[in-house]
Design a protein around this ligand. Sequence first.
Ligand code: ACO
Length: 432
Amino acid sequence: MSNAAILKIGEKEISLPIIEGTADEKAVNIGALRKETGFISYDDGFGNTGSCQSDITFIDGDKGILRYRGIPIEQLAEQSSFLETAYLIIYGDLPTAAQYQDFSNRIRNNAMIDERMHLIFEGYPSDAHPMAMLSAMMNSLGCYDPHLATNNRAQDLANFDEAAAFAISKVRTVAAASYRMSRGLPINYPKRQLRYAENFLHMMFSYPYDDYEPIPEVVNALNLMLLLHADHEQNCSTSTVRMVGSGGANLFASISSGITALWGPLHGGANMAVIEMLEEIHADGDDGSRFIEDAKSGKSGKRLMGFGHRVYKNFDPRAKIIGAACDDLLNKLGISDPCLDIARKLEQEALADEYFVERKLYPNVDFYSGIMMRAIGIPVNMFTVMFAIGRMPGWLANWKEVASNPKTRISRPRQIYQGHVLRDYVPVEERG
Ligand code: ACO
């Protein structure tokens, strides 16, 4: 295959270089298009636009493949832990025993947040959404350790290891604190002797006088859930982190914007929307069939939440893993959740329905993650927060990739203007 694409616009013919990825993905580099022809490319929602070249995560949506740094998600889910996978995503290779020790010690030793941040929590109303608090607090972390958030790329990169450990560790503490405040409960301090997931569960659920007793099945399920969310190439929130980072913003500012982007119901907020949908179906006495008909007709803007994906057009490998793990957890805990039965029925019906088959709509990771989180005891308004804790390694790795590439240009798309071309200003008295 030639390493150039020929584009003809009117009489003008130009040659555009082809970029090939290590897994045979191909792109036409249209960087010279405007200069050569006066045209720009247009791609609504960036569905067909590569915004970067990255070494971190590979997805083949047609084949249902997801690999972090080349390692299949199935192998990591089976054999690795969230923290080990976080190291892999951030640093590029699985850690040696010594590297892992060092990494996990840094995370263990940085779980506390500055005491003055508790005062900020107290200022929020008790029904403040934990995603709003999480985003604001993660950005605020930089205020308490300004040497980690200088907006000077060289300095921020030099302190990256410390900042990354802060982010991974403290995001748990902030998340748990926002939950405790919303319940009017005292904030629990992290405990150094506890491992990552257990420490989070302790901060969430230990009451002042009795400690949360970790249930191994719950700890494992939480670890798996975080691992499955750890990165997902150029999704809405990760692209946001990269875009903000491309302007030179520090790590904490960049991940805070990623959290905000994640909040939307079409992205990370879908896990909340799925449970709300399943509960609504249950309360309506529907077995899911009526809802499917509504979703197909687009009635009242309904969609089958947890179904469909911009990239996966065959199956979402994370959904397969989490669906099985969800069944397993509920069995082990002896929980019978009517929402799981409805979810299974919806999945069965939708997978056999022409509307969903034609549009290649399959369950995504959010379809079952909510049921799993509910079994763990996580309240619905914390679901997207859990996603954010899981996605932290991916955001960190992507920020680092942007910041450490000397060729990074500021992300600045163009547009096709469709507004008034030129109008005169009219003084208010004449406007009526
Ligand atoms: N239920 C019913 N119909 C759907 C659904 C759905 N969940 N998803 C897509 N469709 C239909 C659309 O109406 C459209 O139909 P049309 O061609 O007749 O107009 C067609 O499928 C294509 O849909 P788009 O919205 O163009 O697909 P896009 O790639 O832009 O959106 C998205 C992907 C946002 C994930 C979408 O499938 C969706 O809204 N799903 C539900 C929300 C969800 O689960 N989000 C989580 C995604 S995974 C994640 O972020 C972790």
